[in-house]
Design a protein around this ligand. Sequence first.
Ligand SMILES: CC(C)(COP(=O)(O)OP(=O)(O)OC[C@H]1O[C@@H](n2cnc3c(N)ncnc32)[C@H](O[C@H]2O[C@H](COP(=O)(O)OP(=O)(O)OP(=O)(O)O)[C@@H](O)[C@H]2O)[C@@H]1O)[C@@H](O)C(=O)NCCC(=O)NCCS
Ligand SMILES: Nc1ncnc2[nH]cnc12
Length: 277
Amino acid sequence: MRALKLHELTLAERLADMAVDALIDEADLSPKPALVDRRGNGAHSDLHLGLMHASALSLWPMFKEMAEAALDIGEIGLPLREALGRIGREGEQAMLVTTNGVNTHRGAIWALGLLTAAAALAPRDITLNAARLALLNDRYAPQPFSHGAQVAQRYGARGAREEAQLGFPSVTQRGLPQLRKSRQLNTGEQNARLDALLAIMTELADTCVLYRAGPEGISAMQRGAQAVLDAGGSATLAGRRRLHELDNQLLALNASPGGAADLLAACLFIDRLDGAL
Ligand SMILES: CC(C)(COP(=O)(O)OP(=O)(O)OC[C@H]1O[C@@H](n2cnc3c(N)ncnc32)[C@H](O[C@H]2O[C@H](COP(=O)(O)OP(=O)(O)OP(=O)(O)O)[C@@H](O)[C@H]2O)[C@@H]1O)[C@@H](O)C(=O)NCCC(=O)NCCS
Ligand SMILES: Nc1ncnc2[nH]cnc12
């Protein structure tokens, strides 16, 4: 029997596959402190794993369109930034239709959208080019009084926009180095990813945590994540105990580190890209 020849994927389709895979891998990773995972809903009453998966899959056409826009326009500049803003806003609407109005991946659309477009232009300069895009001002972006905007005003926090404008330091300086370090220690892939998430949490001003639990929540998240790593990481018995303590502490504060989860997905996307292109 003749083998069925599947159509070769375009670069934009491969990038969209990688972005969605990164979101699904992030959602599935367990046990994540106070986040939705295979165990349950974490600190969320309106989210569950199936919804996170459906939301991730609904974003595939958006990521593909963003990569295509980058390839068509071919350079960093206002036309590409504004095209991404428009496609991103349409993607947010598609997400909200799929989730019945629940905000599952707003931060991920921002981070992975910029990174997908930057990867289509030049994978080696991915975070630099994503930062250059984030620094451009989209004239059509609405200025909603988002949770991020509210805590930025109240606490002077550095949110998702600044993280991207700085070239994703939480990913390049913390998540990715920790992922590779833990892999070298043969901790197993799931523990290496958990350690990467914890490394991201150690210094992040996650606006989701700040909005729900204030500076007390941020300090519990940062210190608790550092304590797991100091105890030997997620693969050790002492580290696991600390991880359970962090989970309980964040649940008690109703503090869900959704921004850190998005940045873990960004980390997994860049890691996968390094091996694929
Ligand atoms: C430029 C934008 C980032 C503007 O967005 P906003 O003003 O809302 O900025 P932030 O709140 O700072 O961040 C947006 C989301 O990013 C995640 N995040 C939080 N902190 C950080 C951080 N320090 N670094 C990186 N990323 C961060 C986080 O997303 C996750 O949490 C979401 C749920 O959070 P929240 O809104 O608090 O919760 P709700 O469900 O609404 O309420 P409750 O649960 O509390 O009841 C979840 O979606 C995760 O993804 C932040 O929410 C950008 O978003 C923007 O301009 N968008 C418009 C279109 C556009 O240009 N698109 C992208 C084109 S590439
Ligand atoms: N796993 C997760 N749980 C809750 N919020 C999130 N935002 C992005 N990923 C998330």
